[in-house]
Write a protein that binds this ligand. Structure first.
Ligand SMILES: *[C@@H]1O[C@H](CO)[C@@H](O)[C@H](O)[C@H]1NC(C)=O
Ligand SMILES: *[C@@H]1O[C@H](CO)[C@@H](O)[C@H](O)[C@H]1NC(C)=O
Ligand SMILES: *[C@@H]1O[C@H](CO)[C@@H](O)[C@H](O)[C@H]1NC(C)=O
Ligand SMILES: *[C@@H]1O[C@H](CO)[C@@H](O)[C@H](O)[C@H]1NC(C)=O
Ligand SMILES: *[C@@H]1O[C@H](CO)[C@@H](O)[C@H](O)[C@H]1NC(C)=O
Ligand SMILES: *[C@@H]1O[C@H](CO)[C@@H](O)[C@H](O)[C@H]1NC(C)=O
Length: 362
């Protein structure tokens, strides 16, 4: 008898525990489930014909299927609200327009991946331009590798909760949208590379983004001098300005960018003298590279100053360098040294090879 009673109590406890767990896990809410099905309908209507693969096969209207378990969806397991949604890489028709109203129901979404989908623009029937401000928790927006032009900035500047905005590889071909980006003050990661942005680096708007940690403006057609105001962004860890048309002298106030780890200035038209000593106090610096299409650019490294950094890689191509920089002697972690196409004379510095692996020295 006693054994039976014990078993009964045991089973009751197990049931209570199981019920508790079931209660703790919420499946997706009806409003968002319907919104996903609307989104699917839209995506099917803009998909290239003649596709053998079904579009989003797990997104079904079978009511027993929990949409938190669907592909490309991630929910908050407590609230059942959608946190992450990806429609990346669907084979849509060229330059399709995305109806932003379709995203309004995802009120708690934190990450949206719309990359590699050939989208050409946004529109929103109801509240033009303010649409994205409804997604109050949206932190990560990936729009890379689409066909967007600069008309989307009118929508994007309402997305003030964003910390990450990825726009590389679109079709902007417009002046740089500094003013349009300035309301996005929470941005930490901004990638605008490969967009054909033109005009001068009047970046006052960008320089207001005091939380920026990574800024990639490479592979555009930006002209003008290195914007002095950029050197107030002392939290920058990554700064890539390579493959543009920038001119003028590099400012000595680069010394203010104390958090820099990766700094690329390749493939521009910088001019005049640049002393490597101005980087001496950037104690986090790991990678530095520059070259200029201008013959007047000359990198110098005078005297025996000691850097606070330990580099992994340095590339100084076509920099009219005449002496091997003395500070390399103090660099213990070098994996790559590329000094091609300079005018360095004298004996090959055997000390450079003594303790490390070095790729090339020209
Ligand atoms: C449910 O989906 C099937 C195919 O996926 C479709 O044929 C059917 O019309 C849908 N039903 C409703 C009510 O949407
Ligand atoms: C998940 O939802 C709960 C309840 O609404 C909330 O307290 C929690 O912050 C949410 N978690 C995330 C990661 O959003
Ligand atoms: C955009 O989406 C909303 C919400 O689903 C819908 O009511 C509206 O008709 C759509 N607009 C167009 C032009 O498709
Ligand atoms: C930009 O894209 C929109 C579609 O969103 C289009 O209506 C507009 O004409 C395009 N503008 C330019 C300058 O190409
Ligand atoms: C580096 O910092 C020292 C003080 O720690 C200062 O004397 C020196 O001028 C700084 N060098 C540069 C290039 O900013
Ligand atoms: C290279 O350096 C030598 C002196 O070491 C100098 O005579 C020559 O003009 C320099 N060449 C260029 C292209 O600067």
């Amino acid at each position: 008898m006693e054994g039976k009673l014990f078993l009964k109590q045991y089973l009751i406890w197990v049931m209570i525990l199981l019920l508790g767990q079931l209660h703790g896990y919420k499946s997706c809410i009806l409003k968002e489930r319907n919104a996903l099905l609307d989104l699917k309908k839209f995506l099917i209507s803009t998909t290239e014909g003649g596709q053998s693969e079904p579009v989003l096969p797990t997104w079904t209207n079978d009511t027993t299927s929990d949409c938190c378990q669907w592909e490309r969806v991630k929910c908050n397991s407590t609230s059942g609200r959608i946190l992450e949604l990806s429609i990346r890489g669907l084979n849509l028709k060229e330059s399709s327009l995305l109806n932003l109203s379709l995203l309004h129901p995802f009120e708690e979404v934190q990450s949206l991946d719309l990359s590699e989908s050939k989208f050409g623009g946004f529109f929103d029937g109801a509240e033009v331009y303010k649409s994205l401000s409804r997604l109050r928790n949206l932190e990560i927006l990936d729009l890379s590798s689409n066909k967007f032009n600069s008309s989307i900035f009118a929508f994007l500047n309402a997305a003030t909760s964003l910390t990450t905005l990825l726009l590389q590889g679109n079709n902007m071909n417009s002046p740089f949208p500094a003013k349009e980006l300035s309301p996005l003050v929470k941005l930490k990661f901004l990638d605008l590379s490969g967009n054909g942005f033109s005009g001068s680096m009047e970046l006052q708007g960008i320089c207001k983004l005091k939380n920026l940690q990574e800024l990639d403006l490479s592979q555009n057609n930006l002209v003008g001098e290195f914007p002095l105001c950029l050197t107030v962004l002392t939290g920058l860890r990554v700064l890539d300005l390579s493959s543009n048309q920038m001119t003028g002298k590099l400012p000595s106030s680069l010394a203010n960018l104390e958090s820099l780890e990766y700094f690329s200035l390749f493939d521009n038209n910088f001019e005049g003298f640049f002393s490597l000593e101005s980087l001496a106090n950037l104690s986090m610096l790991k990678v530095f590279g520059v070259n200029s299409r201008s013959n007047s650019f000359q990198v110098v490294s005078e005297g025996s100053w000691k850097p606070k950094f330990q580099l992994n890689a340095i590339a100084l191509w076509s920099c009219n360098l005449e002496k091997l920089p003395h500070f390399l002697l103090h660099q213990k972690d070098l994996r790559l040294v590329d000094l091609s196409d300079n005018n360095i004379s004298g004996q090959f510095p055997s000390w450079l090879l003594a303790t490390r692996r070095v790729a090339s020295q020209g």
